[in-house]
Design a protein around this ligand. Structure first.
Ligand code: AMP
Length: 224
């Protein structure tokens, strides 16, 4: 068996919007010292900064649709080629279509484990209503399930907590429809490859984190 330190950990977090991918990705990134790449966060930053990417993406993001595959694929492949991804990375929110998953495969990137965080639709809309995002560092919190110390500022950087514009109930419903039609087929795609691990995401943040770490440790401890 190889030493676990030598193994790279390339993870994908799958799941509906609001399933907890972002929160779990951040905690996992911290523990395993690998970067988390959130395509949604990259797009939100680009929109806020008014870059060309942001201008193209804004209409899609704000209506709950997906940004075109070629745009996202280019952005992710550039990001994962950077030196900080040498020992692994976490993809949060990518791939979101079969075409994106195939592009990732074709780039020669070997994904270690795909973690599907499963939460029933009925819980998602309520969860989104309570979600708060740090305006400075993008960390995600929840007013009930994952509150910050004072409820107003980010526990990590002290930034101001805000609500995402696409977290309103109408857009969330559209995002869920998009998820079921475009992204959910990826569950079968990765199941067929043997890399999928399912986690029940309808519980306490710390219990879900423990389940995620168990999956990653399992991978690190396994024969290569
Ligand atoms: P998220 O923060 O992951 O919920 O993403 C917010 C929004 O960004 C989504 O509703 C999409 O409009 C867009 N987006 C994020 N990731 C992708 C992706 N991989 N492909 C296409 N659109 C994406």
């Amino acid at each position: 068996m190889r030493m676990s330190e030598e193994k790279t950990v390339k993870l994908i977090f799958l799941g509906a919007p609001g399933a907890g991918k972002g929160t779990q990705a951040e905690l996992t990134a911290e523990k395993y010292k690998i970067p988390t790449i959130s395509t949604g966060a990259i797009l939100r930053e680009a929109i806020a900064a008014g870059t060309e990417l942001g201008k193209t993406a804004a209409g899609y993001v704000e209506s709950g649709a997906l940004v075109p595959d070629d745009l996202i694929v280019g952005l992710v492949s550039e990001r994962i080629s950077r030196p900080d991804c040498k020992n692994g990375f976490i993809l949060d929110g990518f791939p979101r279509t079969i075409a994106q998953a195939k592009a990732l495969d074709e780039s020669g990137t070997e994904i270690s484990v795909v973690i599907d965080i499963d939460v029933p639709d009925g819980k998602i809309i309520d969860r989104m209503a309570g979600r708060r995002v740090c305006a400075s560092c993008g960390a995600t919190f929840h007013v009930v399930h994952n509150p910050t110390g004072d409820g107003i500022h980010c526990d990590r950087c002290g930034g101001e907590l805000t609500r995402r514009r696409d977290d309103g109930p109408e857009i969330v419903r559209q995002r869920l429809r998009t998820y079921h039609s475009e992204t959910e087929p990826l569950v079968g795609y990765y199941e067929a490859k043997g890399t999928l691990r399912r986690i029940d995401g309808d519980g306490k943040v710390e219990d879900i984190t423990a389940a995620v770490f168990e999956v990653v440790d399992d991978y690190l401890g396994s024969e290569t």
